[in-house]
Design a protein around this ligand. Structure first.
Ligand code: ADP
Length: 502
């Protein structure tokens, strides 16, 4: 007992684990999750690109502007220094010293001016005057080169530029250098503030993006959820409830296709129910007759032997009828299994028809009906001989059965090289116009009494049609009531699996 409980527990837990795994798999493969991730990734990439671009543009624009401004200002100072011959005698141009000092405080930095021998003649910090500048930038500048160096981390920029005496055309025009170190502190503070603002914006945008992702993935997946609900409702047995889902045209199309399919399933269900009730009815009829006949014999035990014999003959006939119905039904079921059930071989259709006609001659004679066969050419085709023989026998037998006394049946065979056609024309009772569309239905008979008398089951034409369709052929009927009927069967000479019907 304890062991059983243990097993039950294990089974339950493994079932719930596999249920959880199934749910997880469904969630991972869901349209909703994929849509959510797609929007999230696209949105995140866009926000990140916007953040990087904005940060780069802000910091570069601000810092470049400050350095460019300093450069322009100092360039002008260089011209003034040379024009006022400040290098040779700084005391003669005190306004230059004060302008340099103003510039140094304007850019919150340090300005150094050195002569051609790199000896410092002005230092805004007044710390290095008289000393010699030793730096690669100074050497480069005294040779006419300019340099700028920006350090974001250390928050400063360095500019070196030569002092050029443009009037000195004979000798060396570079008379000295100007070196400036300017502070970028304010700009960096501004950039940092801007970065903070950008980060807040990006965080808010990311939150909005998450909400959009969630809502839109829920919203866009709604029609699919509805379809799933409708389909599961239908699979619960509510076949007549149509699925009506709007939203996107794809989903509308899907629900339309689904409704078409439902319609077809419903039709199939109706015809299945009809078929089952027909089968029950048809199978019950002979049994009821047998029961009535047997009951009358039981209730009249003193009946003469002739009556017994007659009743037993009738019982025998009913048993034969029951047997024929069952055989025909089994034949139809076999035909429903389609191509897999075909035994194709090259068959001489002329010989096949001659054999059928020969077999049916006694019935035709007993009903005083003349049967003739006319062949326009010798035809050999790939067919299932047994099935084709059954179909053609049913059609020719019908033309004899539903004929008039001294009537005629003409069977003709022809071929166009691609298809062969068998035409069965009779001078019989014909088929009323309102019945012509129904004669291929299972158990449909125009005149039940006549069909019963002639041993008909109502399945002959259904079998013939199935066989012809199985061979990708076609069957047509033309009839004038009281004058006669013509069936035309056309079948491809060589069978092609899955081929189009003729
Ligand atoms: P049954 O076993 O009753 O003959 P079928 O399926 O062969 O069943 O035929 C269906 C019905 O079509 C027949 O009951 C008959 O009313 C009608 N029918 C078939 N062939 C002919 C024909 N050649 N002439 C007139 N009626 C026909």
């Amino acid at each position: 007992m304890a062991e059983k409980r243990e097993i039950n527990k294990t089974e339950k837990s493994s079932a719930s684990a596999s249920g959880r795994a199934g749910k997880l798999r469904r969630f991972l493969g869901s349209f909703r999750l994929r849509l959510f991730l797609t929007i999230l990734i696209t949105g995140s990439v866009s926000i990140a690109a916007m953040y990087i671009t904005a940060r780069y543009v802000c910091s570069n624009t601000l810092i470049d502007k400050r350095v460019d401004m300093a450069y322009d200002h100092l360039n002008k100072m260089c011209v003034k220094i040379v024009d006022n011959m400040y290098i040779g005698n700084p005391q003669n141009a005190p306004q230059i010293s004060s302008e340099l000092s103003v510039a140094a405080s304007l850019f919150d930095g340090r300005i150094i001016v050195a002569d051609g021998g790199l000896k410092i003649v002005y230092d805004s910090f007044s710390a290095e005057e008289g000393k010699t500048m030793v730096s690669t930038e100074a050497i480069k500048a005294i040779r006419g080169g300019q340099s700028r160096y920006v350090s974001i981390e250390k928050e400063y920029a360095e500019l070196s530029m030569p002092l050029i005496d443009r009037d000195n055309t004979d000798g060396e025009p570079y008379v000295g250098v100007l070196f400036a170190k300017i502070s970028l502190e304010d700009e960096i503070v501004l950039v940092n503030n801007m970065e903070k603002f950008l980060l807040v914006t990006v965080t808010l945008l990311s939150l909005v993006l998450l909400v959009i992702c969630f809502l839109s993935s829920m919203e866009f997946a709604k029609p699919f959820k509805k379809i799933e609900e409708s389909i599961s409702h239908v699979s619960d047995g509510y076949l007549d409830e149509l699925v009506t889902i709007g939203g996107y045209s794809e989903v509308e199309q899907l629900s339309d296709t689904f409704n078409d399919m439902l319609g077809r399933i419903e039709q199939l269900e109706v015809s299945r129910q009809e078929f089952v009730s027909n089968v029950s009815h048809e199978l019950k009829t002979p049994i009821t007759s047998i029961k009535v006949l047997a009951d009358s014999l039981i209730t009249q035990p003193d009946s003469p032997p002739e009556v017994y014999r007659e009743f037993l003959r009738d019982i025998n006939e009913e048993i034969d009828r029951e047997n024929k119905i069952i055989t025909d039904l089994l034949e139809l079921v076999k035909l429903d299994r389609k191509e897999g059930n075909m035994h194709l071989a090259l068959c001489n259709i002329n010989a096949l028809l001659e054999k059928i006609m020969k077999r049916l001659t006694p019935i035709a004679s007993s009903l005083s009906v003349e049967i003739v066969f006319e062949s326009y050419r010798d035809v050999s085709a790939m067919v299932d001989e047994v099935k084709m023989s059954l179909a053609l026998t049913n059609l020719i037998e019908n033309s004899i059965k539903y004929n008039k006394e001294n009537g005629r049946v003409k069977v003709s065979l022809n071929s166009d090289g691609k298809y062969f056609s068998v035409t069965i024309a009779d001078t019989g009772i014909g088929i009323p116009a309102d019945s012509i569309d129904r004669i291929f239905e299972r158990f449909y008979r125009v005149d039940k009494t006549r069909a019963r008398e002639s041993g008909g089951t109502g399945l002959g034409l259904a079998i013939a049609r199935s066989v012809v369709l199985m061979h990708n052929g076609a069957i047509k009927v033309e009839s004038v009531e009281g004058e006669g009927t013509t069936f035309i069967v056309s079948v491809p000479m060589s069978f092609k699996a899955g081929g189009e019907p003729a």
